[in-house]
Design a protein around this ligand. Structure first.
Ligand code: ARG
Length: 715
């Protein structure tokens, strides 16, 4: 009996309870809109809720209730009409109020529109140190560095816009083994060659490999008349000559001297470094990027010694790899494999820090080579895995022994175990430890962000584990994965694979080398755009643009094309999650319609020239009644949402929210531009429309600048 009563009553209870919940919900939304937004049209879809929760009968019921609800709700100065649709209650917001409020706000806040929103009022202002780009001086500036540069720049821009204090650091790889590849430093650095040529630093040129190259293949007359062209010729020739053993030896000697801190070598190295930084600054400027500090690895060379001492004092530094090598040796002997005792001694005393909980060396980091010099990263592996992997290789070697002598030779040499050892250990540069400690002491940051490649995440994991063992509790927070504290923003560096391929193709044609990549990407974009509008081929233009900075024949078109090219690159890259992989396509990136950076630039330029053509808009003259068309309202409603988008990006540091917002804004503005002409309209209508387009352009420009794009005013 009680159960029958219960079941008879429950639908009634249920529907009135449901009804009450809905009333409260509508009221809450309504109040929220009135209080915080004042303006916005929205439609509440009851039908979708009903469909998801209950059956058709209930849907019908609630439909009626929606009608009743709509009848009961009253309009006021914010909501101008309330109506019930099929399963919906529609609130029409006072459009004049919408127009007035949005236009006024955009006008008043200017470049701070959106960031002054209430959404950010409770977010505490912080100091953030952001390390990004960080190329290696003697190696090529590869695509990963370019991506780190644009991502880091975006994060820094966003943080600054939101009122945080930001320190931008470029942690240059300016010390280490790469200087052993001295010849590449000269040969693969045309920027440097250009600088050398420009500053006529013949002394440096002659002292190094290029000097060797220049002496053999160079011509001073040609160098004077067309320096870049001639240096490229020399450069191509020394490239071939680099096969020569003597030239290789020359390079090795240089590196050895550098390691021994030979004064003259150091001073040459310093000049390379200074020149490279100067050149990098020039490139960064073209990308619209700047740094507050260039604190390269060399800077921490001395401080690293202190860290090493601290590790020793705290009993954290162990030199036990020797034992490990002994075990490998034992295994070698067991299987009667070739083992060169003398080469093994080089590894004796390599410094490691045990990171395992049980202190059984199951996880450890190598921080120092046996000769006391520091190394940088690869990955960690426990000794047993190390031995196993080594063994696997040996077995592989035995299996293929008869088939491939080359493989067999490689594996039977002691160099192989060295390679295996080096590749399997996580080698933490204690310069990185020193840098982290120094940054905390110097900046007392609240947030520290490293914008780096996926392959380095293990390195940072270990870096902060060691810092934690050293007693730095701030590092512990990284280990505990507090994302807003220390963040290693892992970006995927392979996204531009086919840009790279295209580059290689072009470089083969033009005899350029890989590290022209950065300039190539830029120039390729320019060339692509201009080639599509002229009789020249892309490759011809590539050649031309590579030298155009020296000839300075074209000013504005190149600059504009460069900004458009960069926008194309940034928008294509920022459309997805930063950690996801995708196929980059210039054809897609450079379309003037569709979701591209070119489209954003094009929209900005059009809106700008509209303002130029009709004189600047004056907000005081606006007759809001002239902006009631649906296309104008759509633009204004969208402008209203800018703060929400900024908020989302500030939370997860993903630029994609801003990108999709700007693309929608551009689409809406393009439609409005078509349907709401300024020319030929009555003066107050024209003035109101100009104000609308001014607001759209202003927010578009703000968003583009955050992403690292310089809006163009003509295209
Ligand atoms: N220079 C390094 C590279 O090109 C990146 C440096 C990353 N930052 C760091 N603090 N370790 O791979």
């Amino acid at each position: 009996m009680p159960s029958q009563l219960g079941s008879a009553k429950s639908p009634q209870h249920f529907s009135s309870f449901f009804f009450l919940i809905f009333i409260c919900w509508f009221l809450f939304i309504y109040l929220f809109v009135c209080l915080f937004r004042h303006v916005a049209d929205f439609q509440l879809s009851i039908a979708s809720v009903i469909e998801n929760s209950s059956g058709d009968c209930l849907a019908h019921d609630l439909h009626l209730q929606a009608q009743q609800l709509a009848e009961r709700l009253k309009c006021d100065s914010v909501v101008s009409a309330i109506s019930a649709g099929p399963g919906t209650v529609n609130f029409t917001i006072n459009r004049e109020l919408l127009v007035k409020t949005v236009l006024q706000q955009v006008w008043k806040d200017g470049s701070e529109y959106g960031v002054k929103s209430e959404l950010f009022s409770t977010v505490p202002r912080q100091k953030a140190v952001i390390e990004f780009s960080s190329p290696n001086i003697a190696k090529k500036f590869h695509i990963g560095h370019l991506r780190s540069t644009i991502v880091g720049n975006f994060i820094a821009n966003l943080k600054v816009a939101l009122g945080h204090e930001v320190v931008r650091i470029n942690y240059l790889g300016d010390w280490g083994m790469q200087f052993g590849m001295f010849q590449y430093f000269f040969m693969l650095c045309p920027f440097l060659l250009y600088m050398i040529c420009r500053l006529t630093l013949y002394v440096i040129v002659i002292q190094g490999l290029l000097g060797v190259g220049f002496q053999s293949f160079g011509n001073k007359e040609k160098l004077k008349s067309s320096p870049l062209q001639h240096l490229f010729e020399v450069y191509v020739q020394i490239n071939q000559a680099a096969e020569d053993e003597n030239i290789k030896k020359l390079a090795k000697d240089f590196f050895r001297k550098l390691e021994e801190h030979d004064e003259q070598t150091l001073s040459i190295w310093k000049q390379f470094r200074d020149l490279s930084i100067e050149e990098y600054i020039r490139i960064y400027k073209r990308l619209g990027v700047h740094f507050d500090e260039y604190s390269g690895e060399s800077f921490y060379q001395e401080k690293a010694q202190e860290v090493l001492k601290m590790l020793e004092d705290k009993g954290l530094l162990q030199k036990t790899v020797y034992e490990l090598i002994q075990s490998v040796r034992a295994l070698y002997l067991t299987f009667q494999l070739h083992f060169k005792q003398d080469k093994m001694s080089g590894l004796k005393g390599t410094g490691i820090v045990d990171l395992s909980e049980k202190k059984d060396l199951s996880t450890f980091s190598t921080v120092m080579r046996s000769d006391g010099t520091s190394l940088y990263i690869t990955r960690q592996v426990s000794p047993s895995v190390l031995i196993a992997s080594h063994f696997a290789r040996q077995l592989l070697n035995m299996t293929f022994h008869n088939k491939s002598c080359a493989i067999a030779n490689a594996f039977s040499d002691w160099n192989t175990p060295v390679t295996v050892l080096c590749a399997c250990f996580l080698i933490i540069s204690f310069r990185d430890l020193a840098a982290a400690i120094d940054r905390m002491n110097k900046h007392s940051w609240d947030t520290m962000i490293y914008v780096t490649d996926k392959s380095q995440s293990n390195h940072f994991q270990h870096l902060f584990q060691i810092l934690k063992l050293m007693g730095y509790d701030w590092a512990e927070r990284y280990v505990l994965k507090n994302p807003n504290y220390i963040l290693v923003l892992v970006v995927n560096f392979f996204f531009l694979k086919n840009v790279y391929n295209m580059y290689i193709r072009i470089s083969v044609k033009c005899s350029f080398e890989e590290n022209l990549l950065l300039v190539s990407i830029h120039h390729h974009a320019i060339a692509h755009i201009i080639a599509s509008r002229s009789q020249y081929g892309t490759a011809d233009l590539m050649m031309f643009f590579c030298f155009s900075s020296a000839t300075k024949e074209i000013q504005d078109p190149v600059e504009t094309a460069e900004k458009v090219g960069l926008a194309a690159l940034i928008i294509q890259d920022f459309q997805g999650l930063l950690s996801s992989d995708y196929q980059f396509s210039w054809d897609r990136a450079l379309q003037s319609r569709g979701d591209t950076g070119v489209f954003l630039q094009y929209t900005h330029a059009r809106l700008h020239s509209l303002e130029q053509m009709h004189g600047n808009a004056e907000l005081t003259d606006v007759n809001v009644a002239c902006l009631q068309e649906p296309d104008a309202i759509s633009v204004l409603q969208h402008l209203l949402r800018y703060d929400e988008v900024l908020y989302r990006s500030s939370q997860d540091l993903q630029p994609k929210h801003i990108v999709s917002y700007l693309l929608t804004l551009s689409r809406l503005a393009a439609v409005a531009h078509k349907t709401l002409p300024v020319k030929g309209s009555a003066p107050d209508v024209a003035q109101a429309r100009l104000c609308l387009f001014h607001a759209a352009r202003s927010v578009l420009a703000n968003g583009m600048k955050l992403l690292g794009i310089t809006p163009v005013t003509q295209m």
